[in-house]
Design a protein around this ligand. Sequence first.
Ligand SMILES: CC(=O)[C@@H](O)[C@H](O)COP(=O)(O)O
Ligand SMILES: NCC(=O)COP(=O)(O)O
Length: 237
Amino acid sequence: MTKLSVNINKIATLRNARGGDRPNVVQVAKDCERFGAQGITVHPRPDERHIRYQDVHDLKEIVTTEFNIEGNPTPDFLKLVKGVKPAQATLVPDAPDAITSNAGWDTVKHKDFLTDVIGELKELGIRTSIFVDPVTEMVEGAAAVKTDRIELYTESYARQYQDNREEAIAPYLEAARKAQELGLGLNAGHDLDLDNLKYMHDTLPGLLEVSIGHALICDALYYGLENTIQLYLRQLR
Ligand SMILES: CC(=O)[C@@H](O)[C@H](O)COP(=O)(O)O
Ligand SMILES: NCC(=O)COP(=O)(O)O
């Protein structure tokens, strides 16, 4: 079974536009769960342009499904994650000024750093996942740093999907097989949507979880949040 974790960053973006509390991030997380989401994902960024550190603490109190916190493991981020102890922490190597996540880890170059951080998080009972491009060497490097899971960065799949989905999925299939061979759990995310999700789900072996935010929240403007979550869940059957 592939779990759907709804990324609610964009709910916070909307809230922050007016500085008040509408929409309420905590209420939306509760509603996502009520409508069938099997997890809630947030990606607090250093400038807190969407999810704020306080949101993460507030969400920890109410999330009853799987809470996944993504981000670059800076000292501040690690302090937050260690205090909140989510079910899963996904480490993403994004620069502070990046508009959105735009690359996976070089797991070979950052082997020592990742090994240390992953060891510290796992000691606290937090499952770890690291964001990687679909490149065999990077998946092997992920296994070497002893992460529980990897999250495949799916932007290039999403971009190529309409032109040639077989070509688009090929490196992901190889990476997924390598992950299975090495005993790594498999997550995926970034730019997944109602068009491209089903084929990825049906093609990749052992896909445990997808985290989806941008497209899902956009779709909710047209279909409503409850219907939209149902539509996404249907792609994962
Ligand atoms: C890790 C990842 O893939 C990102 O998609 C992310 O979590 C979304 O971040 P933004 O909402 O800040 O673009
Ligand atoms: N890990 C990916 C994520 O949480 C959401 O990415 P996106 O759907 O907003 O591109």
